[in-house]
Design a protein. Structure first.
Length: 593
């Protein structure tokens, strides 16, 4: 007999009522102190962004004790907050060996002002704001009349304000150097970039590369990797909490999903009751958990989920329950300070020119698209090979029950005197000693777990594209199931409007999608871009370049903008050493004959 076990996660000693754990005793504290604290660094294309531009970022998370990439947290967070301590966005980043990347489009709804870019993990929250990565972002929205947030408070403030234009870049040419085939280029000309690693394994690491027009709007520069390493050198190496304190636990096994179950009538938490969490879709995910003695449940999602919502259900229908999804407390932003950047009259023309360039670029956005990388495919059956029935190949029957009976072998509805009728999948007997069972099947429609099989008995079979069948036996916690019946509709939209007793449909934000960023090329044989304007001030962006050889060759093209541009390689060696290397090139407008 082949029995598969779908893991059911118990809370053990973990109390997650508020997404935090209360340290019980000295032994507990000692275990937690052995988990190294983390720190983060974000490289980005700021600090000044105008409406209509993208904030691009690359993030690195480190073990604060060794300065090497962390292997503690599998999920990181990047957030942008305003001076009122409101979150403009909070991105969930799935980390690959401590690294991640993403972007955010600055819409015209975001007002001009001073913002802070933050990077952290749940584990880092325990050390407070001092542990969190922080850097200034200035947003200028020329489409709104109110620019108060960036105006000087007085003439005296303006007289005393000094532009902090960056005049010096950290350079470590002894390890890694940048070179170009020349120093001056015309617009729309190819630039050849060479990266040389002179130190072999000592230069191996992960870096970002950006080529950006040197900003005419002066401000405090973005935080370089080398400066970051100095500023965060004294970050906490372990938690500082004591017995009885509550702490955030690290997301060591993936995305945390947690909540609570209470009796609907008495409002009392329900202990030791199985909970089913399903992520709908063709590549569905199914998780089983169980509440602790305080009604709390939790689960980790390691695989990439394709749908941004989840269905949480209690299979037991004897009583009425309220199922709630919980969320972690936001980061305490008390004490967060912001840049003293102010707008001056001499910036007006630069802002106008850049805003016009952005409007033109955005008009032709579809001609220069980024592409989202396909995530790893999910096998919802975990290696099992289903028997698939495509209903278009058979005579159509009106209802699902009739279809199951007439078309799908080894399955059908069974009568039950004690509970409602259920779907039974015939056993795939492996030997004569295997005992016959009356276990129900696990049934899903478009990835939605169906606790009461009788509810879909009369489902319109014309909406069903195919039915997949697994005949293995499954054990989920203390309950046994015989087989899986997975129903896929043509539209795949069964979750829309889904409502069932003791269940709730909740948003479950997906991590930021990985992208291949568009690289503009002007090839002699390709004239498709000849009549399309090109006003990019960010000529090239690669959020993660893994260096493990001595030489790398890149090419990119200048745009229709002239002026000085800076090429920057910024990141960390595999030993945790920060490196920031830069080189300037000049672009001149083509001379017309």
């Amino acid at each position: 007999m082949k029995i598969k076990t779908i893991a059911i996660l118990f809370l053990l000693s973990v109390f997650y009522a508020q997404a935090q754990y209360v340290i019980k005793d000295g032994a507990d504290l000692l275990k937690l102190k052995k988990v190294p604290q983390e720190k983060a660094y974000i490289d980005h294309n700021g600090p000044i962004l105008l409406s209509g531009e993208y904030l691009y970022y690359s993030v690195h998370f480190f073990n604060a004790q060794t300065n090497k990439l962390t292997d503690v947290s599998k999920i990181g967070y990047v957030a942008l907050v305003n001076e009122s301590k409101q979150f403009i966005f909070e991105h969930k980043i799935k980390l690959a060996k401590g690294h991640g990347a993403g972007d955010f489009f600055v819409t015209t709804e975001i007002p001009s002002g001073k913002y802070k870019l933050l990077g952290y993990t749940q584990w880092m929250k325990n050390a407070g704001l001092s542990q969190v990565f922080k850097d200034d972002i200035i947003v200028i929205n020329p489409y709104l009349a109110d620019q108060t947030a960036l105006l000087p408070m007085s003439n005296t403030h303006l007289e005393n304000y000094v532009d902090e234009k960056e005049t010096k870049k950290s350079i470590d040419s002894a390890t890694i150097a940048l070179s170009t085939n020349k120093s001056t280029y015309q617009t729309r000309e190819k630039v050849g970039l060479t990266i040389k690693n002179y130190k072999g394994p000592l230069g191996y690491g992960t870096y970002s590369i950006k080529v950006k027009k040197i900003d005419e709007l002066n401000s405090t520069p973005a935080l370089e990797a080398t400066t970051y390493a100095t500023n965060y050198f004294n970050a906490n190496k372990q938690i500082t909490q004591a017995v009885g304190d509550s702490i955030f636990l690290p997301e060591q096994r993936g995305e945390l999903f947690f909540g609570k179950v209470v009796d609907k009538e008495t409002k009392v938490p329900v202990p030791n009751i199985p909970v089913v969490i399903s992520i709908p879709g063709k590549e569905f995910l199914l998780k089983f958990s169980q509440t602790d003695d305080k009604g709390n449940f939790y689960s980790y999602f390691i695989k990439d989920h394709k749908h941004a919502m989840a269905i949480v259900q209690i299979e037991n229908q004897d009583k009425s329950y309220t199922v709630e999804k919980s969320s972690t407390r936001k980061l305490d932003l008390t004490g967060l300070s912001f840049s003293d950047f102010v707008l001056t009259e001499k910036m007006a023309q630069s802002i106008k020119d850049r805003s016009i360039a952005n409007q033109i670029e955005n008009q032709f956005f579809t001609a220069k698209p980024d592409s989202i990388l396909a995530s790893d495919p999910i096998d919802p059956f975990d290696g099992g090979i289903p028997e698939v029935v495509l209903l278009e190949e058979y005579t159509r029957f009106p209802t699902f029950e009739e279809t199951l009976k007439e078309v799908v072998e080894y399955s059908g509805y069974r009568k039950n005197d004690q509970v409602k009728d259920y779907i039974k999948v015939s056993q795939d007997f492996k030997d004569y000693n295997e005992q016959y069972n009356d276990f129900p099947a696990i049934v899903l429609v478009d990835g939605v777990f169906i606790p009461q099989h009788s509810e879909i008995r009369n489902m319109d079979a014309r909406t069903i594209e195919k039915i997949s069948l697994i005949r293995d036996q499954f054990r989920l916690g203390q309950k046994d199931y015989q087989g899986i019946v997975s129903i896929e509709t043509f539209k795949g939209d069964y979750v829309e409007g889904y409502s069932a007793p003791n269940s709730t449909v909740v948003p479950f934000e997906r991590p930021v999608s990985k992208k291949n960023y568009f690289v503009q090329k002007y090839l002699t044989e390709d004239t498709s871009y000849e009549r399309i304007p090109d006003y990019r001030n960010l000529l090239f962006w690669q959020p993660q370049l893994k260096i493990n050889e001595s030489t790398y060759e890149f090419e990119f093209y200048t745009s229709d903008l002239d002026g000085d541009f800076e090429i920057t390689l910024n990141g960390f060696t595999s030993y945790g050493k920060p490196l920031t290397v830069s080189k300037k090139i000049t672009v001149v407008a083509q001379q017309l004959d």
